[in-house]
Design a protein around this ligand. Structure first.
Ligand code: ZN
Length: 636
């Protein structure tokens, strides 16, 4: 059963693509009718994810994904086409009509996508659990648990906290009564399937609804309350399902996202009650992972929201961990992950090892805010934790401390901070500055050459682009490099509008006309595919295909990117002028390089010899070609 074509068009047209994408990515204006942000589909630090609201399109030039708003939702939330359209229609309050495919009877509107059904089931479950917490006598233990931690009824309502009855089938009965099927209940993770049929996954536990960025409940976290609970684990979570991926969900992110985007800061805490305590204390940027460590996927999600693209020094991530050994280990692991952040990363540890929830209980809201304010840079915490295990009163202890700590300083991503940390390290060790400086310099060389950090992690090298696996010389060049820019613009034209470029000049560009290695390789592929003569005999897509085929694997991605980057011209005439001039400019750069070489050759050679005369004639010819090129560039 299909949604009517005109309804799909209607939904697509009425939806503001920047708002839908803005739920997941912080977008900034990037020229007229264009916005940019960090791509949600690949790991990056400089934005290459483009949205063009007037066209209703998005495209990422890092991973080469793109499409309309429906395609975006499909990708980001793993939806089918129909589910994505249904979600958008619901947002617009628009009633979709469905095609009556087989012509038998009216279309069944209630047959909506699976995801929507599972979301419904979760919403129904969350309401049911919350109601149970408020009314069920059994839930007393849950209410007491909250009260003991300083959470009143309003707090429970604000965070949607609920109680899962002990019977083992109360939720099942409730959901079956609302026409959810067994398959839906199992697929949703709300029920398990045992030998004697289905059972409620959460029994006799306090439950927190976990929401995705759009605010839909996608899973639950559940705390043990009763001594006779046969499941020992203090916390249980929804297993990974179509809706719920533990490596990607962050508890509280739906509540925190606006403040996170506004303040460009996120506070990572350890548990559900910590998130509640933080938000209630005024730290509204707090989130927590759900039954897993803070990993690479979480970093990606957070970075997208804080717009951590290196352009804003204020972007900040604060971790709070217990001060105990486990907490320290988590912090040190975060330092490894930290190398993936550009943002300033800090750690806040309460002096007496209290978590934010305990702190709020003991000392009030103010103390929670102070804890977050008292953060120290993660690297400082890492070094001090390392040193704390050593006896620095002995020479052996100090040397061991230096050996252990120097690699941490050597790995600080912001090179300008290293001298300061070197001085501080000397102070902490009680050593002279010079030997510490030498040890850090030595560690830097070791980090660079081995590619390994102090605990065997990855080096902090160039990770800005997903094609980090390319041979070094073929990596995507820095977009700010002017030569790279001219070369890129020319290649875009050669690939996209071969019938508009000056074909003879283009085909005359030599083997070495392009200086940037990746672009030179692409140019070689263009030559190998037959150059402009062949390009003009093919359709645009066939030409692009031909060049991609001629290109080595390592630059195929770059070819495909150059084929879709929009050209900066809005009329055919302007486009023709642009294509003409960028190709001639590459020719000009090439001939200028040739002229430079001929100049030095003329100067080296004996002025009277035949070789010198020949070189001089070449030089004159090159100079006159360049003059002609310049006339043509300015003449249009
Ligand atoms: Zn991407």
């Amino acid at each position: 059963m299909r949604i009517r074509r005109e309804d799909v068009d209607h939904v697509r047209e009425r939806t503001h693509i920047e708002e839908v994408i803005g739920e997941h990515v912080t977008l900034k204006a990037a020229g007229i009718g264009s916005m940019k942000g960090l791509c949600p589909f690949h790991d990056e630090k400089t934005p290459s994810f483009n949205v063009r609201p007037p066209l209703g399109r998005w495209h990422c030039f890092g991973c080469d994904e793109g499409g309309d708003v429906i395609a975006f939702l499909q990708r980001i939330d793993h939806l089918t086409f129909a589910e994505a359209v249904e979600r958008l229609a619901a947002g617009l309050g628009y009633s979709l009509r469905y095609e009556d495919d087989d012509g038998r009877g009216p279309a069944r509107r209630e047959q909506v996508g699976q995801r929507q059904r599972l979301v419904e089931a979760h919403r129904t479950a969350a309401e049911y659990y919350a109601d149970q917490l408020a009314t069920s006598p059994d839930a007393l233990a849950g209410r007491r648990f909250l009260a003991e931690r300083g959470f009143d009824r309003d707090a429970a309502v604000r965070f949607g906290v609920g109680f899962a009855p002990r019977s083992g089938e109360a939720l099942l009965r409730h959901l079956r009564g609302r026409a959810f099927t067994e398959d839906e209940l199992v697929t949703s993770g709300l029920a398990g399937r045992g030998q004697r049929g289905l059972y409620d996954r959460f029994r006799g536990r306090l439950v927190w609804p976990i929401r995705d960025l759009a605010g839909d409940v996608v899973g639950f976290g559940a705390r043990r309350l009763f001594e006779d609970d046969r499941i020992e684990a203090k916390y249980l979570n929804t297993p990974d399902t179509v809706l719920y991926k533990k490596s990607q969900v962050l508890y509280g992110l739906d509540l925190a996202k606006r403040e996170v985007a506004r303040l460009r800061k996120v506070v990572v805490v350890e548990g559900y009650t910590d998130v509640m305590a933080c938000h209630l204390s005024g730290v509204e940027t707090a989130v927590a992972t759900c039954g897993t460590a803070f990993g690479a996927d979480h970093i990606r999600i957070v970075r997208r929201l804080i717009g951590d693209d290196g352009s804003n020094a204020r972007a900040e991530v604060v971790f709070t961990f217990d001060g105990d050994a486990a907490g320290q280990k988590a912090a040190l692991r975060a330092f490894e992950e930290d190398q993936r952040f550009v943002a300033q990363t800090s750690i806040a540890v309460a002096r007496d090892n209290m978590d934010p929830c305990e702190l709020r209980q003991a000392r009030g809201d103010e103390a929670v805010r102070e804890l977050v304010e008292s953060r120290q840079p993660l690297v400082e915490f890492a070094i001090r934790s390392t040193l704390a295990t050593l006896d620095l009163d002995t020479a052996e202890g100090r040397v061991a401390g230096l050996r252990a700590a120097a690699p941490w300083v050597a790995r600080i991503r912001d090179v300008s901070l290293r001298p300061e940390y070197t001085r501080m390290l000397a102070g902490w060790l009680g050593m002279e500055a010079e030997p510490v400086r030498r040890a850090v310099a030595q560690a830097s060389r070791a980090v660079r050459s081995s590619g390994a950090g102090p605990s065997g992690g990855r080096a902090t090298g160039h990770e800005d682009h997903p094609e980090g696996a390319l041979p070094a010389g073929l990596r995507r060049p820095d977009p700010r490099d002017p030569v790279a820019r001219i070369e890129r613009e020319a290649l875009e034209c050669l690939l996209q509008v071969p019938d508009l470029v000056p074909a003879e000049d283009a085909d005359a560009l030599g083997e070495d006309a392009f200086e940037v290695p990746a672009y030179r390789t692409v140019h070689h592929a263009i030559r190998a595919a037959g150059g402009m003569a062949v390009a003009r005999s093919l359709t645009p897509s066939a030409w692009a295909e031909a060049v991609a085929e001629a290109a080595p694997d390592a630059v195929r991605q770059i070819v495909s990117e150059l084929t879709v980057l929009p050209l900066p011209a809005d009329t055919d005439e302007a486009l023709a002028r642009y294509a003409w001039s960028v190709v001639l400019r590459v020719a000009e750069v090439e001939v200028t390089r040739v002229i430079g070489n001929l100049h030095s050759r003329v100067q080296r050679l004996d002025q009277a010899g035949p070789e010198a005369e020949e070189a001089f004639a070449d030089l004159m010819a090159a100079e006159s070609y360049r003059r002609a090129l310049r006339d043509r560039i300015t003449g249009g």
